[in-house]
Design a binder for this molecule. Structure first.
Ligand SMILES: NC(=O)c1ccc[n+]([C@@H]2O[C@H](COP(=O)([O-])OP(=O)(O)OC[C@H]3O[C@@H](n4cnc5c(N)ncnc54)[C@H](OP(=O)(O)O)[C@@H]3O)[C@@H](O)[C@H]2O)c1
Length: 193
């Protein structure tokens, strides 16, 4: 994977999201679709490290964290960071980091001891976190799964700025139209120029 992490000592991150044609991403705190192979791609992509001594970070908003089934959170093999101004550390497992905002989270990773044990940083939602993340110079790439068709959604991905351009897929990313249970989808990677 060609994810650029350190550029002029500023730690960068990438976003990963699955969107339907209306740019919907969620409904009632859950995903609007059930596509096991897409969840597997999310898991493999956000876990992948070249240095086996390191792990990746997954940064997410409060609702995204609690939208993950209780048995599957925190996301395993990744440092989970939850953004919230209403939770207290006691509301989360002790191995989950709570931060009041995205920049505080990034500075914690950059400045503290944990930074040495981290390879990639992933922004995994939701809506407001994605919007803030795309505007930042820290943003490297957007790993976008385009779900064909429309699903009922109450949460949407923000507009992608024109500075994001499609780049060739990583070697690990499946190419072409995928299909599971009649739902067609395709992986894309966009890079912020
Ligand atoms: N399709 C996908 O790939 C995908 C990915 C992720 C999520 N989702 C779906 O999206 C929905 C959840 O997303 P959402 O947009 O509703 O909520 P969210 O962003 O996950 O959570 C919102 C909460 O997170 C905190 N927060 C968000 N942005 C913050 C920021 N920049 N700084 C500090 N705190 C921040 C706030 O918590 P406090 O109110 O506690 O301060 C806010 O109320 C679910 O349905 C989920 O399944 C889909």
């Amino acid at each position: 994977m060609s994810q650029l992490l350190l550029s002029n000592k500023m730690l960068k991150y990438s976003l990963i999201v699955a969107v339907c044609e209306s740019f919907g991403i969620g409904i009632k705190g859950d995903l609007p679709w059930h596509i096991k192979s897409e969840l597997k791609y999310f898991s493999q992509t956000t876990k992948r490290v070249t240095d086996p001594q390191k792990r990746n970070v997954a940064i997410m908003g409060r609702k995204t964290y609690f939208g993950i089934p209780a048995s599957k959170r925190p996301l395993p093999d990744r440092l989970n960071i939850v953004l919230s101004r209403t939770l207290t550390p006691a509301d989360l497992p002790s191995d989950v980091l709570l931060c009041p905002d995205l920049e505080t989270a990034m500075q914690k990773i950059e400045n503290e001891e944990i930074g040495n044990q981290i390879e990639n940083v992933w922004i995994v939602g939701g809506s407001g976190v994605y919007a803030e993340a795309m505007k930042s110079p820290r943003c490297h790439r957007l790993y976008l799964t385009q779900i064909k068709g429309n699903f009922e959604c109450d949460t949407f991905f923000p507009e992608i700025p024109p500075s994001f351009c499609e780049v060739p897929l990583d070697a690990e990313t499946p190419r072409g139209i995928q299909e599971e249970n009649g739902i067609k989808y395709e992986y894309k990677i966009l890079e912020k120029q």
